[in-house]
Design a protein around this ligand. Structure first.
Ligand code: SF4
Ligand code: SF4
Ligand code: FES
Length: 475
């Protein structure tokens, strides 16, 4: 540990760390566009430059990759630094489309915010914006190469964290774009729809494929019976966004909000999670007895295509039980439609889920089939919908979900947290095999945020091992 001086203030720094890391630790903010905290620096955008006294050339260095040195004197906001950052932003914006008003990322666009902060108010003379280069073929992700600033974050997340490598830099020099290999469209690439690239993209170049228009159109159509299922993870997102306090009946408030928007019926998808857990436990018992296709792999909506694409040898190990979202979609179009006397094709069935991969999963259902969903809204889209309809949570009184898909066990609620599904399956499997409940209903060793958790449970003479994996890269 040694001292460095930043904007005339002395701070501690550690040997080997970057300037950005030392500054971030003490709360000094430096703008970044290509930096990903968990990966080595890429140095693509240069927006993180700071001035280092005595450094070579003009003294400007990229803070995300430049190491600290004892006694270093750094200026993060000198006139030289601010002018250089503004010039970089002007260059990035020189051919950037200017449809910010209509851009899906508008509210969260990092580039737009920086342009505003640094006072970039007009396009460099003689420059023209690029024409739209949109690829709408992906069920989960929309790519618009005209808005890409080639920061590389998406490529690195897809390759180094998710280990999918669905997208990369394609073309040369001024024609370089981020795209699937050979400029293929997203729907024929190896993209598994996880949406992680959309979360790191600083512009509107990669966004989730929005279903809001079709949902709002259906809600306004008197011929349609619009129903929605929501999961516990979505309820959490709503609570966070609207600052709803612990102890409040957030699922009840969400039910009320969705009815005000115009959804005819609001169902709890945890009802179907309970069914899925029962079925998967039975499947595990059968496989344990027959000794075939073990280990049983219960995978999420992005892990299923990941295994199919990259580890086809494990396809027989995948659980044959459909996801809770798909099970409830079937029940809605069959049992519910019959009970209510509604023709199935008049039902507009919506699922609200935490992850974009659920959109890809829904896109694989047979169109018009009993498991068909008409739209999947991510938590972010659902929050936008709630804002669009001007819902004020403070004025709502909690309401129950609609019968018959309203009840759930604690297992149904647990399933949306890491290790929750494994815990629920282990409990049920123990009961099916031994006729008794587990001594403790909590299996702590599969809970928590550790990306890899392992445990065993004993049933009579047998031992059942379980591994819980979070993240495709860990898998
Ligand atoms: S959605 Fe996931 S798999 Fe597809 S390109 Fe983005 S990060 Fe890669
Ligand atoms: S698509 Fe987005 S994240 Fe990927 S390189 Fe372009 S701007 Fe960066
Ligand atoms: S954040 Fe440092 S070069 Fe992009």
């Amino acid at each position: 540990m040694f001292e460095i001086t930043v904007n005339n203030r002395v701070i501690d720094a550690e040997e080997g760390e970057t300037i950005l890391s030392a500054l971030t630790r003490v709360g000094i903010r430096v703008p970044t566009l290509c930096h990903l905290p968990d990966l080595p620096p890429m140095g693509a955008c240069r927006i993180c430059i700071v001035e280092v006294e005595g450094a070579e050339g003009d003294g400007l260095v990229p803070s995300c990759s430049y190491p600290v040195a004892e006694g270093m004197r750094i200026f993060t906001n000198s006139r030289k630094v601010i002018n250089a950052r503004r010039t970089l932003l002007e260059l990035l914006l020189s051919n950037h489309p200017d449809d910010c008003l209509y851009c899906q990322k508008s509210r969260d666009c990092r580039l737009r915010k920086l342009a505003e902060e640094y006072g970039v108010r007009e396009r460099a003379p003689g420059k023209r914006f690029r024409e739209k280069l949109r690829d709408l073929t992906g069920a989960s992700v929309v790519r618009d190469a005209s808005k890409c600033i080639l920061c590389g974050k998406c490529v690195r997340v897809c390759e180094e964290i998710q280990k999918v490598c669905a997208i990369g830099f394609v073309g040369r020099a001024g024609r370089t774009v981020v795209a699937p290999v050979f400029h293929q469209s997203m729907n024929v690439s190896s993209c598994v729809g996880c949406g992680q690239c959309t979360l790191v993209c600083p512009t509107g170049a990669l966004v989730e494929h929005s279903s809001l228009d079709s949902v709002t159109a259906a809600v306004g159509d008197p011929e349609k019976c619009v129903v929605i299922q929501h999961s516990p993870a979505v309820v959490l997102a709503v609570a966070e966004e609207f600052g709803l306090k612990p102890g409040m009946d957030v699922p009840g408030l969400l039910n009320a909000a969705l009815r005000r928007i115009g959804f005819r019926k609001v169902f709890n998808s945890a009802f179907a999670t309970d069914i899925a857990i029962q079925e998967r436990s039975k499947e595990l018992v059968e496989r344990l007895k027959s000794g075939t296709n073990l280990p049983l792999i219960v995978a999420c909506s992005s892990a299923v295509p990941f295994i199919e694409e990259f580890y086809p040898d494990f396809i027989p190990n995948l659980s044959t039980v459909r996801s809770a979202q798909s099970i409830l979609a079937s029940l809605i179009r069959t049992r519910f439609a019959e009970a209510e006397g509604i023709p199935p094709d008049r039902i507009f069935s919506v699922a609200s889920a935490p992850c974009t991969a659920r959109k890809s999963e829904a896109a694989h259902a047979v169109p018009g089939g009993e498991a068909a969903l008409d739209a999947v809204l991510t938590s972010r889209e659902l929050l936008r919908l709630i804002r669009l309809y001007g819902i004020d949570f403070n004025s709502l009184i909690p309401e129950p979900a609609d019968i018959p898909f309203a009840v759930r066990s604690t297992a149904g609620k647990l399933a949306d947290v890491s290790g929750g599904t494994a815990e629920a399956i282990l409990r049920t499997t123990h009961r099916l095999l031994s006729g008794r409940e587990l001594k403790s209903m909590k299996i702590e060793s599969v809970r928590g945020l550790d990306p890899l958790k392992e445990t065993t449970i004993r049933v009579g003479d047998a031992e059942i091992g379980v591994v819980v994996v979070s993240g495709l890269g860990t898998a």
